[in-house]
Design a protein around this ligand. Structure first.
Ligand code: IPE
Ligand code: MG
Length: 238
């Protein structure tokens, strides 16, 4: 979700005004994904690197997260959304950590959209924390080195239990991943759009979904192999 600062600055407003305005499209995406039966949605709210921003901006964002949780949680719960926060929580205030834990507890048994909010998150940090956990298990003898497979490794990542994303959307006109879900994005379709995040509305989301539907996903196979697999599926259905 990129472009909040530029959205505000182009209007002569403080950057915070852009972040505040950025809450609306988050709500729209959650509602649309839930309505369409999307299994999981992960939003990148604050990166490991964002801590280096001016302290007024960091603290206003933390305040915004608190307010947004308090305001939205009941409605999300009513709509059966299961909410999780992914990232390095140690750096967050005790108050925010408590709200996050309470929200996760409240919505844990919900059967609807799996919503992950990445706060203080970095893809490299995620891979490193998983590596450390598994290294400790191997070093102590609790786990054999040979037992560390891709599947076992991915279970230690923050998105454990959530399928790899099919589609990645970045707004704001830059064409990069910026340390988002590095492991999980291996075969994700990437969609970049120039719209600044506060202006991202339903037609923009529909556009991204339409573009995604046109992609051929080969997962390393040849087009010929895909055709054989598709024919198999069709005859199975028949
Ligand atoms: C994204 O908008 C929101 C956060 C990183 C919290 P930016 O704040 O990066 O907006 P720009 O890129 O400066 O316009
Ligand atoms: Mg930015």
């Amino acid at each position: 979700m990129d472009g909040n600062g530029r959205w505000a600055e182009s209007r002569g407003l403080p950057r915070h005004a852009g972040h505040k305005e950025g809450v609306r499209p988050v709500r729209m995406c959650i509602e649309e994904c839930a309505r369409r039966g999307v299994e999981a949605l992960t939003v990148f709210a604050f990166s490991s690197e964002n801590w280096a921003r001016p302290s007024v901006e960091v603290s206003s964002l933390m305040q915004l997260f608190l307010e947004a949780i308090d305001r939205e949680v009941d409605e999300l719960h009513k709509n059966k959304v299961r909410m999780r926060f992914i990232g390095d929580r140690h750096a967050l205030s005790v108050k925010l950590q408590a709200r996050m834990a309470a929200t996760e507890q409240l919505t844990a048994a919900n059967s609807g959209l799996k919503l992950q909010v990445a706060v203080s998150y970095g893809g490299r940090w995620d891979i490193l924390q998983a590596t450390k956990k598994l290294s400790a298990a191997v070093a102590s003898g609790a786990m054999a080195l040979e037992a560390v497979t891709e599947e076992v490794f991915s279970r230690e990542l923050m998105l454990s239990g959530v399928p790899d994303p099919d589609l990645f959307i970045r707004t704001g006109g830059d064409y990069r991943i910026s340390n988002f879900l590095l492991w999980n994005l291996a075969y994700t379709e990437l969609h970049f759009c120039d719209t600044l995040w506060p202006d991202f509305d339903k037609p923009h989301l529909e556009n991204a979904l339409r573009a995604f539907a046109m992609r051929e996903r080969r997962f390393g196979l040849t087009p010929g192999q895909l055709n054989v697999a598709r024919e198999g599926e069709t005859s199975q259905r028949a």
